[in-house]
Design a protein around this ligand. Structure first.
Ligand SMILES: Cc1cc2nc3c(=O)[nH]c(=O)nc-3n(C[C@H](O)[C@H](O)[C@H](O)COP(=O)(O)OP(=O)(O)OC[C@H]3O[C@@H](n4cnc5c(N)ncnc54)[C@H](O)[C@@H]3O)c2cc1C
Length: 389
């Protein structure tokens, strides 16, 4: 299609570079080693629940964390398409990647794009080495979908800022090093202005972390209280007042990756290995085929968004579209796997068994279409994108 005929929500049909094939083989060999160590457990939702800093560091030693960051800042300079291959292999294998996930996906690109030279030189090499882990401090109790209404305030002090407020759903705040916090620095009639982003040390005085448990009982999320936390001037990320523009740009990185359709993929792998030992009906095979076709289609779209990011575009609308399609598919996958092979989900069954993986995927499922922006909101973004035609 020629560029002049592209609609505002067109997604390019991307091809992976030749080097990606070699890379995929290398990642698979690495994952075989990790399976032998007992660390790559084939679990659903491993980007959210698989916290293993040792695994992240070993991955970083291969150059597979901060892959898209420039070499002068310790990254591999390999771009978003090669990064794509690595992360899709990791997610498909259910590898424990959550320690470095936000740093690699979001914080790194954000510091590269908006940070000062000093921030880049400090944070990026540490991110690429798998030694510095970030949380996202956007949501609040009444400011999830309506992010521009955040109440967390940053007040000017003699040499920096004092932050006060409470962030909700802060993944990994109890184990990570820093959070990028969206706060109000200036009163303005338009609620989208007067917001700024700060890099906050999660061990700073005044930071209080309170667990929010998932239905499964796991502690992954927190209420993250900032009780007058002093943040030096050098930790303002980007320009004062540009917070809204910065977070909306960041969301394209957050919304379109393979984690938005591969979270429950390990359950499909588990189903296939269960079916190997049974006689399979044509109906069961058809359902597997339909699921695989949908996965393939969403993957092509997601890859297209990665290609657009690689080319320096800001495919926010396209990322919203992929996330809506992908996260609905994640839920459908769980339901379809259950209908193909009815199994009693049991969180206490043998770890890694089909019954246990099914329970894990089910207990995590309410979050699929919420986290990173709800599907209702995404459809609003897509509609606005279409109206620009
Ligand atoms: C598992 C999980 C992990 C998360 N991790 C993080 C994290 O690490 N850091 C972080 O900052 N946040 C995180 N979040 C927060 C997440 O981004 C928010 O939950 C999400 O943006 C929705 O906001 P809310 O929960 O306040 O719901 P609300 O905004 O209160 O929405 C409730 C419902 O109303 C609907 N709704 C709201 N407004 C409209 C509208 N205008 N039109 C139509 N429907 C509407 C929503 O779609 C939703 O269904 C996480 C959430 C989950 C579930």
């Amino acid at each position: 299609m020629c560029p002049s005929t592209l609609s505002p929500i067109a997604i390019p049909d991307a091809a992976l570079p030749e080097s990606a094939r070699r890379l995929r083989t290398e990642v698979r060999a690495f994952l075989d080693e990790e399976r032998a160590r007992g660390t790559a457990l084939g679990r659903p939702d491993s980007w959210l629940a698989g916290w293993d800093p040792g695994f992240s560091r070993r991955l970083a030693e291969r150059g597979w964390v901060g892959m898209a960051l420039p070499t002068e800042y310790g990254g591999a300079g390999r771009g978003f398409l090669e990064r794509y291959v690595v992360i899709e292999e990791l997610l498909a294998a259910g590898a424990p990647v959550s320690a470095h996930w936000v740093s690699d996906r979001q914080a790194g690109p954000s510091v590269l794009q908006h940070g000062t030279e000093e921030q880049r030189r400090f944070f990026l090499p540490r991110i690429a080495a798998g030694q510095c882990f970030f949380s996202i401090g956007m949501s609040e109790k009444s400011s999830g979908s309506d992010l521009a209404s955040v109440h967390t305030r940053a007040e000017r002090t003699s040499d920096g800022w004092r932050l006060t407020g409470t962030k909700m759903w802060t993944g990994g705040a109890h184990v990570n090093d820093y959070a990028i916090v969206l706060a109000r620095t200036d009163e303005a009639e338009d609620k989208h202005t007067g917001l700024s982003q700060f890099i906050v040390d999660l061990r700073a005085p005044g930071v209080r972390i309170e667990p929010i448990r998932l239905m499964s009982g796991e502690h992954r999320f927190n209420a993250f209280h900032l009780d007058g936390v002093d943040v030096p001037d050098g930790m303002l990320l980007g320009r004062r007042g540009d917070g809204w523009k910065q977070v909306t740009g960041e969301l394209a990185f957050e919304r379109s990756g393979p984690e938005r359709y591969l979270s429950t993929f390990p359950l499909l792998v588990s189903l296939l290995s269960e079916l190997e030992h049974r006689s399979v009906t044509a109906g069961q095979l058809t359902q597997v085929g339909l699921l695989t076709a949908r996965l393939h289609s969403v993957r092509r779209l997601s890859l297209g968004v990665a290609a657009a990011l690689n080319a320096g575009a800001s495919p926010d609308t396209q990322a919203a579209l992929v996330k809506d399609l992908g996260t609905r598919l994640e839920g459908t996958l769980v339901d379809t796997v259950r209908s193909i092979l009815p199994t009693r989900a049991d969180p206490h069954a043998t770890p890694g068994s089909h019954a246990e993986l099914l329970a894990f995927a089910l207990l995590h499922s309410p979050g699929y279409t919420l986290r990173g922006g709800t599907n209702e909101i995404l459809r609003g973004i897509i509609t606005r994108g279409l109206e620009q035609r």
